[in-house]
Ligand binder design. Structure first.
Ligand SMILES: [Fe+2]
Ligand SMILES: [Fe+2]
Length: 302
């Protein structure tokens, strides 16, 4: 098993500042870090899918590094449209996985886990839209072709598809259709995990599942009309937990970051004896399902 926590759209600002003069993005990221560290079992790796800072300034990356330094699992970062590729690269130069300083894009593959992680840099300097240009498409095709049997999660900032939130789709990805053809040719991709939209979204795309994770700070209001939108909303902040189950594939959960969510045990009214009986029976039922169903070899019917 491997657990990958996806955090996205952190929008970290300089110390003691607020994002949009009202959202405490730094404190909210710190809460997400505490949340991840406290998970049991703890994730094996964290991927941060862009918009790590709000303006791409050095002071913001300093703050980002300070907050992420508290994360116990290793973290892998890629840029979003609010980042500055070069400033980000310098801030994380010592991380060991960054491409060489003369590489035009921050694309890389992480090979040390049961799931291969491919980080894609979709940013276009000075613009909010994203781009999979011919260079980046070729790099992706070649990198996927190098390990066709390794279950692979691709993470990128801009979703390579239209989401229906039109004002956000306007700053979407150019080259997504070409990327879709490449993804469809490589059958080992178990997820294309994105950010940018600040909402949980998923669809079948290129023969795999593509998804967007919600933000660790503010969310984008759900507005599927042709209206002017541009609204953000303080809906619950969350991270995505991608759990690798070799028997089934990548199972993804939404995990809400700290809030006043009431948590009640369904056994709270039971006596100790009944509780212990129910738990024992439940474990027996789970073991039985593992034996006959979950871990059973699938017959091909012949
Ligand atoms: Fe964002
Ligand atoms: Fe973005």
């Amino acid at each position: 098993m491997m657990i990958i926590a996806q955090i996205t759209d952190l929008h970290v600002v300089a110390k003691d500042r607020l994002c949009y003069r009202r959202v405490p993005t730094n404190a909210q990221l710190a809460q997400a870090v505490t949340h991840i560290n406290a998970l049991d079992p703890r994730p094996d790796a964290v991927i941060a899918s862009g918009d790590l800072t709000d303006h791409g300034r050095e002071a913001e990356y300093e703050m980002l590094r300070e907050i992420l330094a508290k994360l116990i699992p290793p973290v892998f970062v890629i840029p979003g449209n609010h980042d500055q590729r070069e400033v980000l690269r310098q801030a994380f130069a010592s991380a060991g996985y960054m491409p060489a300083p003369d590489a035009p894009f921050m694309n890389y593959a992480i090979e040390q886990f049961p799931i291969r992680l491919i980080g894609l840099d979709t940013t276009v300097s000075g613009h909010h839209h994203g781009m999979m240009c011919e260079d980046r498409l070729r790099w992706l095709d070649r990198t996927l072709g190098a390990r066709p049997d390794a279950a692979t999660l691709i993470f990128m900032h801009h979703p390579p598809f239209r989401t229906g939130i039109q004002w956000m789709d306007a700053s979407g990805l150019h080259g997504g259709r070409k990327m879709q053809e490449i993804v469809a040719r490589h059958r080992q991709i178990v997820r294309v995990a994105c950010g940018h939209i600040h909402r949980p979204i998923h669809l079948v795309w290129g023969g795999t599942i593509a998804s967007v994770a919600p933000s660790t700070c503010h969310q984008v209001a759900l507005d599927l009309s042709a209206g002017d939108g541009f609204g953000f909303i303080m809906e619950p902040r969350a991270i995505q937990l991608h759990v690798w189950d070799p028997g089934y594939g990548l199972v993804s959960h939404l995990s809400y970051v700290r809030g006043d969510y009431e948590s009640v045990s369904m056994l709270s009214g039971a006596t100790d004896e009944v509780r212990s009986e129910v738990i024992t029976q439940n474990r027996r039922d789970y073991a039985e399902l593992c034996r006959t169903e979950y871990d059973a070899k699938v017959s091909d019917g012949r």
